[in-house]
Ligand binder design. Structure first.
Ligand code: 1PR
Length: 528
């Protein structure tokens, strides 16, 4: 029996689903006594160090946890569940201490690379440990964090990984083990690691000559635009420049759960669901997307993002629901990240008008509760040609590598809301920068001009945005061939590339994209 410490922040459903998939029986901690009666304890942490420690205090979990750990009983910590083992974290502004089982601190990444460190990275193994039994040396695991541990004693370091520099990515001492990465989101290798923890009689490790693992890979994301068709069935659809109707009917390219499972099997690194009519419906009233997430997260062990309709809403009885109500429901259903589209534009415009952070916007609130890595901003821009930069004052104008219909050499990218229906007075670079300032952790950069065309990503747009933010950018819209992926990764700072149409219509397989990228020396995760 595995005991799971759920302190109520974020997505423990994925850990539960991964444990169920390997046949483990699970008991969830509901009282402090449950910790000491555990046979084996898993502590998955998400969100923010300070709020995690505060909740552990409020629930009176600190003393039994320390007692359990000091008695060298089997323990596996994930992400913040590993950071909690140390003395202090720079993430805690009020200097709330950690559990202090290991000497050392938790510090922010100091690197030129985008932070959070997000994606599939390799591990260099420093100790032989039953936790890593049967895991290939070049296996990659899913990381998502802005802070990393700095142990005082190096002999507890089980693995290191490299992101700008080498940092400790897993620890092991006696029966206490923990990883910075998320095995529950790391496909086959992650399930193997969890199974090792469940099966192992002892977790004791011994030092070895360190082995060298793989490095960070570029991510390939399959995107499922979801909406109800005219018969009321929830379908995956796909537009041409956001027009999803063909001969008047909503295009139907398959069922969301089936397609997501297929993409997981085919080696996608992440899956994004966009509820494309979310701007006019209210997700809490009609929850088919919630059911989709619940079903998908039972069989798909890679990160899942959900977007569409994340905003506050007042119903016909005058009852107001906040964006937090919507996202907490999505996180409970199995989402790892949420993507905010239209509301991000309204929030950014308001912020630009007042210059004040209120702490009340959906972006700020979700980041505070679930961590910045959980907040993606989906941008839907359209290109506007201008003859000179002065023609678009106040906007980020780009000297284009293409020429406009009237010989224009300059353009800017105007943000839209409501699925491209309404253009707003803000450009994509400004929106991305403002949302980063408000705390968002990632940008999903669509392009209405390229969407569904198969003509390749808009490299001008992607370079402009990726060069002006320090958070990861996902290039989206226009993929038509494997070469388009190598082009976007070799000419821009995009960390991930997303495609929809070519995967849904089975024109190009995810594996072909990855094989092509490998041949071009772009690092990608192969296998499942
Ligand atoms: O505004 O917070 O409710 O979020 C709505 C979300 O739905 C936004 O993320 C917006 O991008 C998306 N959306 C709204 N309408 C459409 C539409 O197509 N009519 N889909 C839409 C946007 C864009 C991509 C697409 C890529 C790749 N889809 O994500 O998957 O362009 O396509 P391709 O590879 O086939 O070229 P809110």
């Amino acid at each position: 029996m595995i005991t799971l410490l759920d302190y109520g922040a974020g997505n423990v459903r994925s850990v539960i689903n991964a444990l169920k998939a390997i046949g483990a029986r699970i008991h969830i901690v509901s009282r402090p006594e449950d910790i000491l009666s555990a046979e084996k304890l898993i502590f998955p942490g998400v969100g923010n160090f300070e709020s995690m420690m505060q909740v552990l205090h409020e629930k009176n979990y600190i003393v039994p946890l320390q007692e359990y750990l000091k008695a060298d009983r089997p323990f596996f910590g994930i992400c913040l569940g590993m950071q909690a083992l140390f003395e202090t974290s720079a993430e805690s502004k009020s200097q709330t201490p950690g559990l202090g089982i290991f000497q050392g601190e938790v510090l922010p990444f100091e690197t030129e690379l985008p932070v959070p460190h997000m994606g599939w990275n390799g591990i260099n193994t420093h100790r032989q440990c039953p936790l890593l039994k049967g895991i290939a040396q070049d296996a990659r695991f899913y990381f998502v964090h802005s802070y990393h541990i700095v142990p005082k004693k190096k002999d507890i370091i089980l693995t290191t990984s490299t992101y700008g520099y080498e940092f400790a990515s897993a620890v092991s001492k006696g029966n206490i083990t923990a990883t910075q990465f998320h095995p529950e989101k790391s496909g086959k290798a992650g399930l193997q690691l969890l199974e090792n923890f469940v099966q192992a009689k002892s977790l004791h490790s011994k030092p070895i000559t360190p082995t060298k693992g793989a490095g960070l890979s570029k991510r390939i994301i399959a995107c499922l635009d979801v909406r109800s068709n005219d018969d009321g069935d929830l379908v995956v659809t796909k537009g041409d420049q956001y027009d999803v109707r063909e001969k008047g009917n909503v295009r139907n390219l398959g069922k969301p759960v089936e397609l997501a499972s297929r993409y997981f099997q085919e080696g996608a690194d992440e899956i994004t669901f966009l509820n494309i009519t979310g701007f006019r419906d209210f997700p809490l009233e009609d929850m088919p997307m919630r059911t989709v997430l619940e079903q998908v997260s039972e069989k798909v062990f890679i990160p899942l993002t959900i977007g569409g309709g994340i905003r506050s809403y007042t119903d016909s009885n005058g009852k107001t629901y906040s964006a937090m109500d919507v996202v907490s429901c999505y996180f409970r259903s199995g989402a790892d990240k949420v993507s905010i589209g239209s509301d991000a534009v309204h929030i950014a415009l308001q912020y630009l008008k007042t210059g004040k952070k209120t702490g009340q916007s959906a972006i700020e609130q979700i980041c505070a509760r679930y961590g910045k890595q959980a907040v993606v901003i989906s941008i839907d821009p359209k290109r506007v040609w201008v003859s000179s930069p002065g023609q678009a004052k106040g906007h980020h104008v780009i000297q284009s590598t293409e020429t406009g219909p009237n010989g224009e050499r300059y353009c800017w990218y105007q943000c839209t809301v409501q699925g491209g229906r309404k253009s707003m007075d803000i450009d994509a670079v400004t929106l991305a920068r403002v949302c980063q300032e408000l705390g968002a952790g990632e940008i999903l950069l669509n392009c209405i001009d390229r969407d569904g065309t198969g003509n390749g990503f808009d490299l001008d747009l992607i370079s402009a945005v990726a060069d002006h933010v320090d958070i990861p950018v996902i290039a989206s819209s226009g993929a038509g061939s494997p070469e388009h992926f190598s082009e976007v990764f070799t000419t821009t700072r995009a960390q991930a590339a997303l495609a929809a149409g070519i995967f849904h219509r089975q024109e190009v397989a995810i594996d072909s994209v990855k094989q092509h990228l490998s041949a071009q020396k772009v690092p990608v995760r192969v296998g499942k």
